[in-house]
Write a protein that binds this ligand. Structure first.
Ligand code: NDP
Ligand code: 2IT
Length: 444
């Protein structure tokens, strides 16, 4: 067995029943093979891959809180501090009933390479809880967030570990979490990113993941002889990433025609009305049926199916493994040119392989959705210097970072003999910096 196979087998044996974690590790390790083979003896002696795949620590804690009926509820809270070789642990918090150790570990592992790719000094971490924010009152959300932070505060800090939002955690939740951290620790520091603008947040953080996705997609198309202007774009999800991906797609001259949530999807042949989408999702916190009700030309379909719409570009922005082999087959058949991931690992390994072998450009999320964490790192910089930058300044930096990411993964893919394979390119480019820092810092 070669070193990569050995480590992968060890990860699977030591972390049973965590399929998403196995999937993320498999994708990364298999694409690192060309690098590992060049230095196999040294990496093996230093157990570099074993150390890279084993988190520094995984914290699990009980979150007890009282609902509006006076009933005590109990959830599991998590934080994985995966790797801090190149900077403090950094990554979002996800509140969703599907959260478990395996989900948090897959997300934290991905985050190491994503954060490295940004070129900024941030390590990999992730956290969350199996809490379902749907249908909860504001008071219940606050009670949950306060209880969650009453455990989490012990492990985080502006120079140690800086969480942010992810699925189910937006500006409201970050506010409640920040308030509780400040109350317990008595320090006013940038312990979280995605904060409100009135208390240390960065302009353009809300937009950053979706905007960054479109900046990267534009580069991807350009480098391959296409342009975004005039293209039909299919987007899944209707949350933070999807909404601002749709907004930027319009701004760059494309036409986004779909969005989705966990109950159904919208096809709007005239293009998604961003103002209406924000009203339904950000203000009313309602289902997409409300969008369709307010927009006569749009069609609502219950269940899955967003990838059946004919499009030039597909941007999965909802959740892991939402784009499967049969979806990839449909997209390719319908002439889709490019798939760029806005979510984390939304495309299964089989679907990725199918797209790549059928001439569809494919950009992995760790490159294309890195704009969010990149602007989080810029929020940390602004907090450190106790200043705030203009929207334009942050947006310009975001554009520069997405260009840097595209160039880094494109060049790495070429250097290792697989031009156009952006999965290989992103993983190798992200890995090299982390591996160098780990090696320089000795066996820890
Ligand atoms: P939000 O909570 O704002 O939105 C999530 C969207 O995805 C909602 O429309 C939700 O529908 C849908 N969704 C969630 N889970 C499922 C599911 N199991 N099946 C179908 N639809 C689902 O989250 P974000 O937009 O922040 O995150 C979306 C993705 O992007 C995630 O993979 C996240 O990890 C990733 N990401 C987020 C970043 C950020 O800055 N926020 C940065 C980089 C990546 P419903 O409301 O019905 O649940
Ligand atoms: O997956 C991600 O990169 C995020 N949810 C954002 C993390 C962050 O720290 O801004």
């Amino acid at each position: 067995m070669d070193y990569v196979q050995e480590v992968l087998a060890g990860v699977i044996a030591k972390n049973p029943a965590q399929p998403e974690f196995h999937q993320a590790v498999r994708e990364v390790l298999e694409s690192l093979r060309p690098v590992i083979e060049r230095n196999e003896e040294e990496y093996r002696r230093n157990a570099l891959l074993e150390r890279l795949t084993t988190p520094d620590r995984l914290i699990q804690f009980r979150v007890s809180w009282v609902d509006d009926k006076g009933q005590v509820q109990v959830n599991n809270g998590y934080r994985v501090q995966y790797n801090n070789a190149i900077g403090p642990y950094k990554g979002g918090l996800r509140f969703h009933p599907s959260v478990n150790q395996g989900i948090i570990k897959f997300l934290g592992f991905e985050q190491i390479f994503k954060n490295s790719l940004t070129g900024l000094p941030i390590g990999g971490g992730k956290g969350g809880a199996d809490f379902d924010p749907k249908g909860k009152s504001d008071r219940e959300i606050m009670a949950f967030c306060q209880s969650f932070m009453t455990e989490l505060y012990k492990y985080v800090g502006a120079d140690m570990d800086v969480p942010a939002g992810d699925i189910g955690v937006g500006a409201r939740e970050i506010g409640y979490l920040y308030g509780q951290y400040k109350r317990i620790r008595g320090v006013y520091e940038g312990v979280l990113t995605g904060k409100g603008l009135s208390y240390g947040g960065s302009l353009a953080r809300r937009e950053a993941t979706g905007y960054g996705l479109l900046y990267l997609t534009e580069q991807l198309l350009k480098a391959n002889g296409h342009s975004l202007a005039g293209k039909i774009v299919a987007v899944s999800g209707a949350g933070n990433v999807a909404t601002y991906a749709i907004e930027k797609a319009w701004q760059l001259g494309a036409k986004p025609v779909t969005c989705s949530d966990s109950t159904g999807w919208i096809y709007d042949p005239d293009g998604i009305d961003v103002a209406l989408l924000k009203q339904v999702k950000e203000v009313q916190r309602a289902r997409l049926t409300e969008y369709a009700a307010a927009r006569p030309g749009a069609r609502y379909h219950a269940g899955k199916g967003v990838w059946s719409v004919k499009c030039d570009v597909a941007l999965p922005c909802a959740t892991q493994n939402e784009l499967q082999l049969e979806d990839a087959e449909l997209l390719a058949k319908n002439g889709c040119i490019a798939v760029a991931e806005g979510a984390n690992m939304p495309t299964t390994l089989e679907a990725t392989g199918y797209l790549q072998s059928h001439g569809v450009l494919f950009c992995p999320g760790k490159a294309s959705n890195a704009g969010g964490v990149a602007v989080s790192a810029l929020e940390m910089s602004q907090n450190s210097e106790r200043l705030g930058w203009s929207f334009e300044e942050v947006d310009e930096q975001l554009k520069g970072i997405m260009t840097h990411i595209f160039t880094a993964m494109d060049e790495a893919a070429k250097e290792y003999g697989m031009p156009g394979n952006y999965v290989v390119g992103a993983n190798i480019a992200g890995f090299l910096k982390v591996a160098e820092a780990m090696t320089a810092q000795g066996i820890v």
